[in-house]
Write a protein that binds this ligand. Structure first.
Ligand SMILES: Cc1cc2nc3c(=O)[nH]c(=O)nc-3n(C[C@H](O)[C@H](O)[C@H](O)COP(=O)(O)OP(=O)(O)OC[C@H]3O[C@@H](n4cnc5c(N)ncnc54)[C@H](O)[C@@H]3O)c2cc1C
Length: 460
């Protein structure tokens, strides 16, 4: 590889790119990473981490309200958006520095610039330099997409801008029904805004279990979020300091901010990919094989740019696997099954495995177990809320194939339940596990009565 400047050139210093770069360098490769914005990528700079910090901030409202039932009198509370944003920004800057230090320690060279593929072995930097690389990794992630152009779309913000609003908006309209839309609805509502969520589909969180979708919607509405489905934003007009939003139903909503969370598109354009012979898949992302290799044998791709499962831990695993495959002498495929995921809504959603609908379409016999109950804390707080927990079981093998929760701590519960589901635990294993009392999670091991059982038609 002596005729190359580096063994690996990584385009994009996000979750997948940084992991691949570090591990490749630890395997002895000479590695360079180009990052055009900030090291850490979406997750650290404008995704998971800042979002979770805002979620924490938003949950204090409920805690203050709930405290009275436990004997506390909470004095007048007030919230300062600019303090929250400044503190969040400080933490993000600290993390960015930590990422930089980790790469430096591993011997990776970071160039703070945009990079594009010139050909299979050359990368072109924005300053005009060219770097010759034995291998190239595309880890450019994705960006918010606004869907169809509507009048006034230039007034809409995405999650990127939501993290940096100069002032807290008192009235927010969010278009979208995915997890980012739902999470920001909870954040803004918890911090005191009037929130309207508009979604063109029949219910929020498409792709999640239907009971979970219905339950969360009800809980969001109980917390004052107005959810309008089967409808979309038709036009946005600026009227002095606010916006008048016309919906497809012809109704109007007045908002201080209009946020679109209508999906994300992989960053594949103007990267020189097509020119280098890198194929784009039907899903709009870079097409890769099970090792992350593209149609060009020394160009790999990982993370959101491949548009498979767009989550940080998945991008990290994929980046690690490419480094092990190419430089560690250990060809590694990433297992994309049983990936747990959460929605940090209020209350939270956690899910792993098949939804009931997926199981019924796939299995000969599907058994469903459900528990719906008032959480212990709500007995004294008086909050009108219920937890929903659901297990989807393969009626033939008895394996638990899906595990779904809406309620406080759902994400934490699901991470652990995912181990059991991944290991192939049966319902009998769940039942044999002693309950940990008093918790909500204990319901997973105490659900004895099937709430439904479905046999698939033999002809299907
Ligand atoms: C609001 C929000 C909340 C999220 N919450 C969660 C969550 O709770 N849990 C979870 O698992 N996932 C979450 N995600 C998804 C997660 O952030 C992504 O799946 C993850 O960051 C993907 O990592 P990546 O390395 O593929 O891409 P990214 O992290 O997006 O990194 C790509 C990097 O490449 C850079 N880049 C792009 N093009 C070039 C170029 N030509 N030259 C140089 N640099 C370039 C970009 O600036 C970026 O830094 C969230 C995403 C968003 C937007």
């Amino acid at each position: 590889m002596a005729d190359h400047d580096v063994d690996l050139f990584v385009i994009g210093g996000g979750s997948g790119g940084v992991r691949a770069a570090r591990i490749a360098a630890e395997h002895g490769a000479r590695v360079m990473v180009a990052e055009e914005y900030r090291l850490g990528g979406t997750c650290v700079i404008r995704g998971c981490v800042p979002k979770k910090l805002l979620v924490y901030a938003s949950r204090f409202r409920g805690e203050f309200e709930d405290a009275a039932g436990f004997g506390w009198s909470v004095a007048q509370t007030s919230f300062d958006w600019s303090s929250l944003i400044a503190n969040k920004d400080r933490e993000i800057a600290r993390l960015e520095t930590a990422y930089s230090a980790t790469l430096e320690k591993a011997g990776v060279k970071v160039v703070k610039t945009r990079a594009v593929v010139a050909d299979a072995h050359r990368v072109h930097l924005a300053n005009g330099e060219q770097v010759r690389a034995a291998y190239i990794l595309i880890a450019t992630g994705g960006a918010p997409s606004y869907g169809e152009a509507i009048p006034g779309i230039e007034h809409a913000i995405s999650s990127n801008e939501a993290f940096h609003l100069p002032e807290f908006p008192r009235r927010v309209l969010i278009q979208g029904g995915g997890y980012i839309a739902v999470e920001f609805a909870g954040i803004f509502a918890g911090l005191g805004a009037h929130v309207t969520l508009v979604y063109r589909g029949d219910n929020i969180l498409r792709g999640f279990d239907d009971d979970i979708r219905q339950h969360l919607r009800g809980e969001m509405e109980k917390r004052g979020i107005k959810v309008i489905t089967g409808c979309k934003v038709a036009a946005i007009e600026r009227v002095s300091a606010h916006y008048s939003v016309r919906l497809s139903s012809a109704n109007h909503v007045t908002a201080d901010r209009v946020m679109f969370a209508t999906g994300r598109s992989p960053h594949v354009t103007k990267l020189g990919l097509q020119e280098a012979g890198v194929e784009i898949g039907k899903n709009g992302g870079v097409a890769v094989d099970e090792y992350g290799c593209t149609s060009v044998q020394n160009i790999y791709a990982v993370g959101d740019v491949t548009n498979r499962i767009n989550l940080t831990p998945v991008a990290i695993r994929e980046g690690h696997a490419v480094a092990d495959t190419v430089f560690g002498g250990k060809p590694t495929k990433v297992d994309h099954s049983h990936v747990p995921t959460a929605v940090f809504s209020e209350p939270e959603v956690g899910t792993v495995g098949l939804t009931e609908a997926q199981a019924r379409a796939k299995l000969h016999q599907t058994d469903v177990y459900k528990a719906m109950f008032k959480p212990l804390k709500a007995t004294l707080s008086g909050r009108d809320t219920t937890v929903l927990m659901k297990l989807v079981v393969d009626g033939h093998s008895d394996r638990v194939v899906g595990c779904h929760v809406v309620g406080e701590g759902a994400a934490e519960m699901t991470q652990l339940a995912a181990i059991a589901v991944k290991m192939g635990a049966t319902k009998a294993d769940f039942d044999a596990t002693m309950a940990l009392h008093p918790t909500a999670a204990e319901e997973f091991v105490t659900m004895r009565k099937k709430s439904a059982s479905y046999a698939r038609e033999a002809a299907e």
